[in-house]
Design a protein around this ligand. Sequence first.
Ligand SMILES: [Zn+2]
Length: 157
Amino acid sequence: MTSRKVFIGNRTAVEVVCPQCDRSLTVPVEKIQSIGKPVRAKCTCGIQFTVVFERRASYRKPTGLPGKFARKVNSELQVGDAVINDLSRGGLSMKVPAGVDLKVGEVIRIDFRLDNVEQTMIRAQVIVKSIRRGAIGAEFHSLEEHTRKQLGFYLMP
Ligand SMILES: [Zn+2]
């Protein structure tokens, strides 16, 4: 079943868009019973899907930080340069050199330093979620507690 994520932010009503027919339904925030858990929805077109309401959108910070990626290709380690275009608590988007044929669903290692005073080293495993015109969207797969906290500080608007 398709799942949709809807960010509430500070709105009083949100739009839920059907993944099949793009019809949208306005839901008053006061009617939302559970946050962060999948809720079943049914569209008038007949399909059922789940909606997860989230309190706030993940803040994305534009970065442009240089880093390295590492991945296994046929049990050999491939290492290369990456540029982290933006960062959020949940993930990042980056660029890798042309010819690096990352695949959606692949888990890779990313190392880079934040440009904060401490130059915090971030080492993370990320899972590739999207590839669009050379821009790789990835979610953090495993992140140490310490790193998660450093990232949280870094991302405070
Ligand atoms: Zn529909």
